[in-house]
Ligand binder design. Structure first.
Ligand code: HEC
Length: 179
């Protein structure tokens, strides 16, 4: 019993000790500011909510793609070392589906969101918003979805209809909810 009490006292003292230490931590780091949070809050919804100001065309995106993307995805997005980005339209229901932006992705706004947050793979976040609009336009151009001079921006990008959009269905969880 005495041993147990001693053990508890030691734990108790240690906890008290830790609590005491917490009050005098070395104050590493700094408080997050609204600007810090804004830079992390980059999600873009399918309807375009969250898109930043800026614009670009496929013609402007072609050189951006050549410098920052072609080495991994191939000159025309089809024959690179990494994911294929163009072609494959109509193949999704076949026995050999080829998933690309054109054949599979339901929203053009997601292309912008993904490229801005994740590409180029080795240096995400390095492109300006105008460059992301332009390279998004180029990817859509490679898929035959927009022409070279179509200006994509905060307002026009959400208007782009992707070929496979109609094959995505939203489940209504309210309707399925059990009483
Ligand atoms: C160093 C190689 C590399 C470079 C450069 C690169 N990517 Fe990628 N990319 C990848 C890899 C690897 C993936 C797959 C990532 C994963 O599945 O998590 C990918 C995936 C993608 C996808 C998603 C494809 C899909 O259908 O899932 C897109 C879109 C894309 N990249 C666009 C770009 C664009 C635009 C650029 C240039 C701004 C670029 N990438 C530069 C390696 C690269």
């Amino acid at each position: 019993m005495f041993k147990q009490l001693t053990a508890f006292s030691i734990i108790g003292l240690s906890v008290l000790g830790l609590a005491g230490m917490a009050a005098t931590t070395p104050e590493l780091g700094r408080k997050l500011t609204d600007t810090d949070l804004d830079s992390l809050d980059v999600a873009i919804l399918p309807d375009g909510q969250g898109l930043p100001q800026g614009q670009g065309t496929a013609a402007e995106g072609k050189p951006v793609y050549a410098v920052h993307c072609a080495s991994c995805h191939g000159v025309e997005g089809m024959d690179g070392l990494h994911d294929r980005l163009a072609g494959g339209v109509g193949s999704i229901s076949s026995s050999r589906p080829v998933k690309t932006l054109g054949s599979y992705w339901p929203y053009a706004t997601t292309v912008f969101d993904y490229v801005r947050r994740a590409m180029p793979f080795h240096f995400p976040g390095s492109l300006s918003d105008d460059e992301v609009y332009a390279v998004t336009a180029y990817l859509l151009f490679l898929n035959g979805i927009v022409d070279e001079s179509r200006v994509l921006s905060q307002t026009s990008l959400p208007e782009v209809k992707m070929p496979n959009q109609g094959n995505f269905f939203w489940r209504s969880f309210e309707a399925e909810a059990r009483p």
